[in-house]
Design a protein. Sequence first.
Length: 555
Amino acid sequence: MHFEQEGPIKILVVDDEVDICDGIKDVLEESGYYVKSACNGYEALDNLDREDFFHVVTLDMKMPGLSGIEVLQAIKKKNPDIAVIIVTGYGSLEVAVDAMRQGAHDYLIKPVDMEDMKVTIEKAIEKQRLTFENRRLLKDLEGMNEHLKIKFENLLNLSEASRQLCSVLNLEGLLESCLDVVANMMRSDRVSIMLVEPSSGEMVIKASRGINEEVVNNVRVRPGEGIAGRVASLGRPLRDIDFDLDEYRPPYNYTSKAFLSVPVCRKEKVIGVLNVTNRHNDESFSDDERDLLSILANQAATGFENAELYTNLEKTLNQVKTTQDQLIRSEKLASLGQLAAGIAHEINNPLAIISGCAQLLSILIAKKDKLTELDFKEINRDLATIIRETEHCGRLTENLLQFSRRSPQEAKPTDINELLKQTLSLVENQANLNKVKIIKKLAHGLPGIMVDHSQIRQVFLNMILNAAQAMPEGGEICIATRQAISSIEIIFQDAGVGIPEENLNSIFDPFFTTKKEGAGLGLFISQTIIERHKGSISVNSCVGEGTAFTISLPI
Ligand SMILES: Nc1ncnc2c1ncn2[C@@H]1O[C@H](COP(=O)(O)OP(=O)(O)OP(=O)(O)O)[C@@H](O)[C@H]1O
Ligand SMILES: [Mg+2]
């Protein structure tokens, strides 16, 4: 430190022999040093007290009063940086060694050669200079280390802040999170985020800490107005030290001078401003802190964008869901209408036939006693027709009743292979009649699944009957079960007539049939039941080769 001060190098010459003392003093002064002399230990220490620092002290070891060693100890105690050069006579080498141990820089033997003295002093000064320089460098290094440590901590905070800001997807949560991060990092208790209102172009406080509600609700800032407005229009940060604050500062109760305001930009466009003030230590914000807050503001901008995208996505998703619900509802209504029309058609035909028969019967019965054999035959035929048509209607309503049952009410854990075997035992006789052979390829160890037995049995029956009906001349139906990733699949494969491609889209429609006696409800009902079980049904068919229906039920 003393080398950085202006002024000459200071030397104190201590010797009880006044001539020697003055001689050394003169020579050293000629060399440009500032020299003081003392002729005993007390005087030497007095000088040290007065001058605050001597770079070098030349110290005679043998003096009356305080000994050289005692003076050396006092000097080292006062300031260990002072270089002490011992001057001693022949035969006192031990004293010199002792002095060196106690911190003396070097020693000279009397009579002193002045050239030796100058060289020794120069060396001492050089060593001292290096010591001071080292110390200064070390201090600089420590300072830099501290600075790096702060920077590193800031980076860590920043990465943690980024992580926090990216993990919040709603705007409100994001703003709050952002305030917490900023208040913490900047050690401030007054933070606000202003965002530009697209409709008015003015900035309003969207979230804040330490600002009273009235201010929050009433502040509206145009670009260029006040500090925040200037930051928004300039698109760069401003600090208290950048300009005269009082000129721009609104009359809110700021308790500190330190102020930092940075723009929040998205794609080069300023969408708001982040303000920080009321710093705990009242220090101005550093360049590093300004840069840090700017990075944070950019992160926040990305977060805001994400939050907005997410909100829009959520909105769109909800819209899609509503539209989908409406679509499903309208489709349901359409299929209900279709169903009603089908029912009307299916029931109107037998009704017309029944009505016709009944009219004929009433005409015949009006003959009373005059009824002929032929009339009786006619009556029997009409009655048989009425019975047949009524049965047809009965089957139709039975089918519809089964179909209209609510969602699986009696679902219970089921071994699907067992249920399939039970169903087959119901139809085997009938199938045999049609010269149809059923081959089972059932997988082992299938997990149990929750199904309504009577409904799924109905589906299996429909599948088997359709397959049998597709092979009027007989053939094989292969029924296989297997486990898929999250479902069990049941496949009904026949070698029947197959389904023409143009019919593939219609076979699941209610009342679509290609059969003379068919109602066209089997597949429609089956599909409805399977969908109620959250499963699916699909078809693969080739005309002339056969058809495979695959039913998939969730595990
Ligand atoms: N395994 C199959 N092979 C060939 N065509 C089939 C097969 N299964 C269904 N179909 C076609 O799909 C139509 C609709 O079948 P669905 O079971 O719904 O009605 P249906 O069998 O005609 O009458 P219902 O089953 O109501 O007595 C059938 O008329 C037929 O054309
Ligand atoms: Mg059928």
